[in-house]
Design a protein around this ligand. Structure first.
Ligand code: FRU
Length: 503
């Protein structure tokens, strides 16, 4: 008998840590507004995704992080890892501010040939290239307070050592000189750095990641210039067997719906120079809440994009308490020819299907306008439209707050209306309706996919040609869904897939 009691007690004791962990996760990741399918840090402030690199089966995500508060502050690189780009594990901070300043945005590469010499025969290095931002120099009104530095990891990205001879690329006197994105340019066996330099991009090259030579500039007076250029990216993709290069340039402010947003250029890159092939301004996401987005490195031909799901207009004021802001869902990028122009498409990753639950039986209520109740707070809704005309989808709750997303045929525009979506008064910019042109020229049919989370919606229309991301903060969770359509609109293949929480 005694033995049994002892065994039982031991069992209870052994179970306590698991129980506490489950309790912890329940508390941390389930507060009001906490995204259930998007990465957000357990606590405190987050902005840009940084240093995204895939290595030995693990996707590393670093991020601009302020561990001592819920507003922007001295920047560190926070760190999280995932095996499937959906479930994330937050790890200890990877990079702390140092004598050269805060750790601003940047990238990471797998230096598989040990060009940097940081590795050895057994261990190949991962190398992070980031901006050291010196707040003292900034305060003193200097022009050279942003410089590029290195850190390396010899344990597959889990711990990092700063290079003793930082910085490796010194500022020539440009106040905004930051956010290096580095790729391996195989044709010339060299590294290429794409750097945001105020109102243009400057390309540099290097044999070893340590010494950098200026190659060229791009973008003065080209594209959108409503604000400073930040967080660029450069990568090739194929369309019908031909290679095109995409140059991503984030801009703040000056986005299509105000504040910060991601624009891109399509063109050619020859290792020295980027030339665009059409001069129209193009946005990767027209919604108000995708910024600083760039792609993972070392993913082969796949281009996996992740953005910060916020806007500098109000990022410091959104009404969450323990943490502030989150990332978008990762997206797969592609190219598509539309009326002579080559455009980017972004779509939810196929990995998203890994967290889908069985589809909800929609009966006729959704299609006949009655709506459905008792929704899960995170889900995917998809359908096809035959015969284009106005339609909209409304998310709402029991106290009458609502977010409306839809299509206006007369204007050929998608829109997201969140003026009555709950808490909106923390910043006047937040209640503006966001619009996006419909970029597809297919007038016979459209396809729509929306990814909804506790406090965000991401629209992917026309195979990902028009994308809009928006956050919202209802005082009670949205638990109702209505579909409204004007005469003639035929909705087909309507599917509602609740999603499992990633936490
Ligand atoms: C973009 C940005 C970057 C900078 C970082 C600082 O959101 O302003 O240009 O490196 O944030 O946190």
């Amino acid at each position: 008998m005694k033995k049994e009691i002892m065994g039982c007690l031991l069992g209870i004791l052994l179970c306590i840590p698991c129980f506490l962990k489950a309790q912890d996760t329940a508390k941390i990741y389930h507060e009001q507004y906490r995204p259930q399918i998007h990465f957000s840090p357990q606590r405190h402030w987050i902005n840009d995704p940084n240093g995204m690199v895939f290595y030995k089966g693990t996707y590393h995500l670093f991020f601009q992080y302020y561990p001592d508060g819920t507003t922007w502050g001295p920047m560190h690189w926070g760190h999280a890892v995932s095996q499937d780009l959906m479930h994330w594990k937050e790890l200890p901070i990877a990079l702390y501010p140092d004598s050269l300043g805060y750790i601003f945005s940047g990238s990471a590469v797998a230096d598989s040939n040990n060009t940097s010499g940081f590795g050895n025969k057994e261990k190949m290095p991962l190398v992070a290239i980031f901006t050291n931002h010196d707040p003292v120099g900034e305060k003193e009104g200097k022009n050279d307070f942003q410089n590029q530095s290195l850190a390396y990891s010899l344990d597959n990205g889990f711990s990092w050592t700063k290079y003793s001879k930082n910085p490796v690329l010194r500022n020539p006197g440009i106040r905004d000189f930051r956010d290096p994105k580095v790729i391996w340019y195989a044709m010339e066996k060299k590294w290429v750095m794409t750097l945001a330099t105020k109102d243009r991009i400057t390309f540099y090259s290097s044999p070893d990641l340590k010494s950098w030579k200026k190659e060229s500039e791009f973008g003065e007076k080209l594209g959108a210039h409503g604000g400073v250029w930040e967080c660029p990216d450069l990568f090739p993709m194929k369309l019908n067997g031909k290679t095109y290069w995409t140059l991503i340039v984030n801009v703040n402010p000056g986005g299509p719906n105000g504040g910060s947003a991601t624009q891109y250029f399509i063109g050619h890159f020859d290792g020295n120079k980027f030339t665009q092939i059409d001069s129209t301004i193009k946005w990767l996401d027209y919604g108000p809440d995708e910024y600083a987005g760039v792609t993972w490195s070392n993913t082969g031909a796949r281009r996996i994009f992740l953005g910060w799901m916020s806007n500098w207009e109000y990022a410091n004021q959104v009404p969450t308490k323990k943490w502030r802001n989150a990332m978008t869902i990762p997206k797969e990028l592609g190219l598509k020819k539309v009326g002579g122009r080559i455009l980017l498409t972004s779509n939810p990753l196929k990995e998203l299907t890994g967290i889908e639950r069985a589809p909800v039986n929609l009966n006729r209520n959704l299609l006949t306008g009655k709506g459905i109740k008792g929704l899960s707070s995170q889900f995917v809704l998809k359908f096809n439209i035959n015969k284009l005309n106005d339609y909209s989808i409304t998310l709402s709750n029991d106290v009458g707050e609502a977010l409306i997303i839809g299509y206006d045929n007369a204007k050929n525009q998608y829109f997201i209306h969140r003026a009555k979506s709950g808490k909106i008064d923390f910043n006047p910019a937040f209640s503006k309706t966001a619009f996006s042109p419909r970029l597809s020229n297919n007038s016979l049919e459209a396809n729509i996919k929306i990814v909804v989370d506790v406090s965000s919606i991401e629209l992917f229309a026309d195979d990902g040609l028009t994308v809009m991301t928006s956050v919202f903060f209802p005082t009670q969770p949205f638990n109702q869904l209505h579909l409204k359509k004007s005469k003639g609109v035929i909705i087909k293949n309507l599917k509602l897939l609740p999603l499992k929480s990633i936490w």
